[in-house]
Design a protein around this ligand. Sequence first.
Ligand SMILES: CCCCC/C=C\C/C=C\CCCCCCCC(=O)SCCNC(=O)CCNC(=O)[C@H](O)C(C)(C)COP(=O)(O)OP(=O)(O)OC[C@H]1O[C@@H](n2cnc3c(N)ncnc32)[C@H](O)[C@@H]1OP(=O)(O)O
Ligand code: TJR
Length: 377
Amino acid sequence: MGLVQMLKSQFVLHLLMVYVFMASGVIVNLLQLCTLPLWLVSKQLARKVNIRLGYSIMSQMVALLEWWSATECTLYTDPKSYPLYGKENAIVVLNHNFEIDFLCGWTFCERFGVLGSSKVLAKKELAYVPVIGWMWYFLEIVFCKRRWEDDRKTVAESLQNLHDYPENFWFLLHCEGTRFTPKKHEISMQVAESKGLPKLKYHLLPRTKGFWVTVQNLRGNAAAVYDSTLNFRNNEAPTLLGLLNGKKYHADLYVRRIPLDTIPEGEADCAAWLHKLYQEKDSFQEHYAQTGRFPGPIKSPPRRPWSLINWLCWSCLLLFPLFLLFARLVSSGSTVTIATTVAFCIAVSVGARWMIGQTEIDRGSSYGNKEVSINNN
Ligand SMILES: CCCCC/C=C\C/C=C\CCCCCCCC(=O)SCCNC(=O)CCNC(=O)[C@H](O)C(C)(C)COP(=O)(O)OP(=O)(O)OC[C@H]1O[C@@H](n2cnc3c(N)ncnc32)[C@H](O)[C@@H]1OP(=O)(O)O
Ligand SMILES: CCCCCCCCCCCCCCCCCC(=O)OC[C@@H](O)COP(=O)(O)O
């Protein structure tokens, strides 16, 4: 292990990074709270301010991937579609197999200039994750309970609100609804069989209702669906802790641009269209497994310096007072103050570990895990 790699794996450095992320995150959350009165005066200005504030949090995690771990991201796509990326609103349909797929998504958003305005249909539980979940509230992220009877109205309303959104956005949909595990796969393939649908090898059976409601409510607003398929070289299963330890991965993303007006309007036709799309996605993953690459030409956007600059600015701003405080603490010699500080550091690391746990598939939800009573009618 080289010196740099050894440094990157030091716990004390991770603690400092977590401190910068959490402290800057809470400051940004408080600033977001201060924008509430602005919504009453100028909604569009409040949204633009929140896009930039959100960027300041999300791009720190992007910097972790791009600059700290130096993970590479290769894009396979049609060169004719490429100039449109970042210049239009789009619905992104992405497979959900990896613990850091959300971060790869953010990284591509960053490279096409839509990170601050990126949107997702996220499970409600994520709204309570400190910093990220609180930030999402101000970014008009659409949350769902994964119970159609509860979600159909709220999701449609939240999507309608995006019609006058002031900047281009990508709306991410993980149609599988949960991350891939062998057990969830087995159960969803029983559902596929009961519906007479072909089996998928690399994906769970997509849940079609969220896709249909999104397409219907973003018609006239989003121009296209970006069918995106992600995988990692060398059969790696990347983790957030791996990134924190400076491990370099290589992500490959295959994106096809599909104009929204070519997608059927009726619910049943739209569902059939999505099932067909997932069969195609499965064949792309098979191609990847066989050849180590996706079909089509490579047109990779380079990383930009902004995420690193933002991260360095927050680090300078927050580490300097921390070191001053630390020096004063040591010189004061007060056991109570030192013990309180140590307890605070432990609380922050436990909190951060819990947040990282939210990304771990082993600690994932039981959604899609339960045997369903299969009705063949
Ligand atoms: C280009 C690079 C990327 C750019 C990235 C862009 C933006 C980045 C932005 C943010 C990054 C951060 C990312 C954070 C990620 C967080 C993501 C999540 O939280 S995923 C979980 C939440 N999202 C979803 O669930 C979306 C998909 N789900 C749906 O759409 C659902 O339909 C629903 C609207 C949530 C409703 O859920 P419900 O469970 O009620 O689903 P359905 O009614 O659809 O399901 C019943 C239906 O399914 C059949 N069924 C039963 N069991 C299964 C099973 N195990 N598998 C499959 N299907 C099953 C059942 O028979 C019913 O069938 P039918 O519809 O025919 O009656
Ligand atoms: C510079 C950075 C320093 C980093 C410090 C570390 C801080 C930790 C930050 C944690 C961020 C948490 C973001 C959560 C996003 C997780 C997205 C996700 O993948 O959710 C899973 C759901 O889709 C499905 O859930 P399951 O049904 O599979 O269960």
